[in-house]
Ligand binder design. Sequence first.
Ligand SMILES: Nc1ncnc2c1ncn2[C@@H]1O[C@H](COP(=O)(O)OP(=O)(O)OP(=O)(O)O)[C@@H](O)[C@H]1O
Length: 269
Amino acid sequence: MNNSLATSTLSTGHTSIDSPLIVEMSNLSKVYPNGTVALQNVNLTIQEGEFVCFVGPSGCGKSTIFNLIAGLTQPTQGELKILNMTPKQALKQSDTAFVFQDHTLLPWRTLLDNVALPLEIRGISKKKTHEEAERVLELVGLKDYTKALPRQLSGGMKMRVSIARALAQRPKLLLMDEPFGALDEITRQTLQEELLNIWQKDSKMTVLFITHNVFESVFLSTRVVVMTPRPGKVSSTIALPEPYPRNEAFRSAAQFGEFVREVSHALKH
Ligand SMILES: Nc1ncnc2c1ncn2[C@@H]1O[C@H](COP(=O)(O)OP(=O)(O)OP(=O)(O)O)[C@@H](O)[C@H]1O
């Protein structure tokens, strides 16, 4: 697919042709003050309920796209709408939540208190924040660890807490920047399946996920966005209209291998 088709939307995952647009980027460019052209004329729309992976060489502007969506930096040119609002308005309404590779848990707070923190900051009552924190910790398989401290957990468990903390905000848009990059392969695959289960339970949550791992992008997403080396552009979008739930059987299916080859080929050209 060529760049012009990057603006098209697809009926995969929970989405249908009528699903509202969550992200609209038109001719989006970002030049940093030092002159680095991080993004050039990016056109992309993402519908409610999609799971979109971004792949591309280091420095192609993937994180810059996330920072723009989060309202942490401003575009130099073009337009960006999140849920038909400016990124800052969307962030204010807590419609956007993040998960990073570094779990950023506070070492002195229990898991429950770590997960409750963003809600506490929003002034929600202690009873409600704790109920919500318990709900999401159960969702990520950690209901027996509410009183544990981060140092008592493995890397994979810390990542689960980090995901729970983002989910506690009930985001419409979840941004995940290489969340599983530091995990061993088995833990990574387990968390991929758990993440898909969580996403499937919430038909309206849209997930944008940055990864350097082509296999991961194919396993997870309804659509892979492939970016070019700097200045970052969308070179192609590849639809993955394979049904969910996806599991071990999908990883060994012929179709999986074909999609991996397609994404790898797009990355090299
Ligand atoms: N605040 C900044 N000031 C100047 N240049 C920046 C800034 N942030 C990022 N860049 C540059 O913009 C380009 C895109 O960076 P970005 O972090 O968005 O890429 P990326 O695709 O996420 O990279 P990686 O895969 O290595 O994380 C890079 O050349 C980077 O050095």
